[in-house]
Every structure is written in structure tokens, then in C-alpha cells.
Design a binder for this molecule. Sequence first.
Ligand SMILES: Cc1cc2nc3c(=O)[nH]c(=O)nc-3n(C[C@H](O)[C@H](O)[C@H](O)COP(=O)(O)OP(=O)(O)OC[C@H]3O[C@@H](n4cnc5c(N)ncnc54)[C@H](O)[C@@H]3O)c2cc1C
Length: 328
Amino acid sequence: MDFELTEEQSLLQTAVRDFAEEVIRPRAAAIDQSGEFPRDLFRKAGELGLAGVSVPPEYGGAGMDVVSYSIVIEEISRVCANMGVILSVNNSLVCDPIEKWGNEQQKKAFLGPLARGEKLGCFALTEPDAGSDAANQKTRAVREGDVYRITGQKVFITCGQAADLCILFAMTDLAKKARGISAFIVDAETPGFDRSHHQIKLGVNASGTVEIFLTDVRVPAASRLGQEGDGFKIAMSTLDAWLRSSRLRACSRGAQLPPRTARRRPGAVMVWKLRSPSSTPPRWHSGSRRRRCRSTADMATRRSIRSSATFATPVSPRSTRARARSTG
Ligand SMILES: Cc1cc2nc3c(=O)[nH]c(=O)nc-3n(C[C@H](O)[C@H](O)[C@H](O)COP(=O)(O)OP(=O)(O)OC[C@H]3O[C@@H](n4cnc5c(N)ncnc54)[C@H](O)[C@@H]3O)c2cc1C
């Protein structure tokens, strides 16, 4: 397997690094201290195609591959965790589900403005009683003719403070539990859609994390994403894809470590070795490369998730078993 970046990816890396250093770095510390949501920086990133990296060009995006997307988030996060999180939410948690689950009309209406940074999205799944147990949604969506009336509360919603639209999850059929959850694309200006002041955290304070209060929010039935009952599938597949790209980023971070550092962090050397096949393998380099690469990525992901305090994965029966295995 070839782990070298293509020429196009290397050029992208240089361009994004320059943008991050010149435009974002001078503001990075100040926005984290003040908690000011950097909407202007998001717009500038969008003008460069960084807000919808993988959105196909026919819908107004840059149409790049997942490695390019990982390069973008890694380079931005290198100078500013806030901007890294904001862009990863807009790309992975908002554009991705619309691209995968939206109908043609929804893709045409939303993907272009999101990818160009004209509109910002958020992803609202978590509730006070539905974190890891994401199926335990209390937010209700009741169909009344051509609209759904939505009532409930969401917490910890990244970008929620400034978002123009929201991928919102709500129960359309309580009896069906996880299979009774549906997803909606909700305009954040709809009456009854209210947000708290941004929630103060230990860090990454400019990412606009808020609570969202929904009081009889009337959403057109045409704004439902997928079919009624698809919501849990949409949420889990979106979070899975988001985690996979985080893993790739962690993997490439390991790949960039110089040998001396890598030796002090044995997990990281595996990926580095895969990139430098001509040099002598270290003594611990035995067994299946793929397995080690994966465990390196897992270790690095766990480390980066812990240190950046971003999302924990909601628990599905499969991920609970995986968690039990990975934590021993
Ligand atoms: C900074 C930040 C930003 C966020 N942004 C968003 C966002 O944009 N949109 C959104 O929808 N959500 C967001 N979240 C919410 C996040 O996804 C939830 O925090 C997460 O799902 C965990 O839920 P919880 O905090 O309620 O923890 P809990 O569910 O209470 O879990 C607490 C701990 O118990 C463990 N645990 C729980 N149940 C089990 C079980 N059955 N087996 C084993 N272990 C278990 C968990 O792994 C965790 O370590 C954000 C959270 C943070 C901190």
C-alpha cells in the first residue's frame, strides 16, 4: 500500500498550511479566550473550498477524497482546534448526511451554500438523557399534514450558536424506539428554535457549543432527511464516517513523526515504517502490518479524542462490544 501523498494532496497540504498560518493563527488564541465564534474565518475557509471538501463539484463542493479531507482538518487543527472542529462538523456531520441521505432537491438547496461557507450547519442528536444512549431520544416530531411539529431539547451542540441549519433528530414513533427516530434539516430561524448562550468548556471555547430548545417548531415534511424511522441509521453512519476520518488523521499524524520521537512512542513507529519501507525495521516491527497500523490509529485516536474533548461515540450494541474489546 502506498502511503505517500499524491502531488495534488501535497499541494493542498501546502496551501492549507499557508492559509492556516497566515489567516487563522493570528486569531486562534484570542477567539479561544473570548469564545467569539469565528464566522468570518469559516467564510474564508469556505471560499477556499474547505467547508465542503468531499462534496461533489456538481453540488458546489471541492469533490476531493477522504485523504485530502483529513489533510485539511489536520492542517487547520494544527494551528486552531476551534476551526478544526467547526470545519469537521460542517464537512462530516452536516454535508455528509445530506449528500448520502438527501434527495436531489435537498442536495441542490443545501450542499452548495454549505460547501462555500455561506451557510453553517450543526448536528443535533444529544439530549440531557440521550448521550451514549442515543436511541433514548425524548424530542418528539408529530406529523400534522404537510408539517412536523417538533418539541424537545438538545445539549452540547457544536456550531449551534451560529448555525443557519441543523440536522435534527427526533422521535416520530416512540413505540419503535431506535427505529422510530427520524432526521430533519431544520432552518435555525424557524420560530420556536431557540439556543442558549455558548457553553463554557475547558477548551475549544469558540466552537459555539450550545443547548437548543425546540418549542412547537414547524418543519415541512419535505425537510425530512431519508424516510421516517431512518434517523438512527443516519446518525450512526454519519458518526462512524466521522470517526473513520478522525482515525485516518491520527494515522497520518503518526506517519509524520521523525524516527527519534517514534521510538519513544512505539505505537507511532509502525505507520512511520510503512512510509519508509527502505529503512531497517525496528525490533518490535513484527506481525501483521495492517493490524498494527489499525491499532496505532486507534491509540492515537483515543489520545486525540481524550485531549480535544470532542464527541464520545454513542453506544449501539455493536460499538458497546467493540468498546469492551478495545478497553480490555
Ligand atoms: C465538546 C463537545 C461537543 C459535542 N458536540 C456535539 C454535537 O455537535 N452534536 C451532538 O449531537 N452531540 C455533541 N456532543 C455530545 C456527545 O456526543 C456526547 O457527550 C456523547 O454522546 C456522550 O454522551 P454523554 O456526555 O451524555 O455521556 P454519557 O452517555 O453519560 O456517558 C458517560 C460515560 O459512560 C460511558 N458509557 C455510557 N453508557 C455505556 C455503556 N452502555 N457501556 C459502556 N460505557 C458506557 C461513556 O462511554 C462515557 O465514558 C458533544 C459533546 C462535547 C463534550
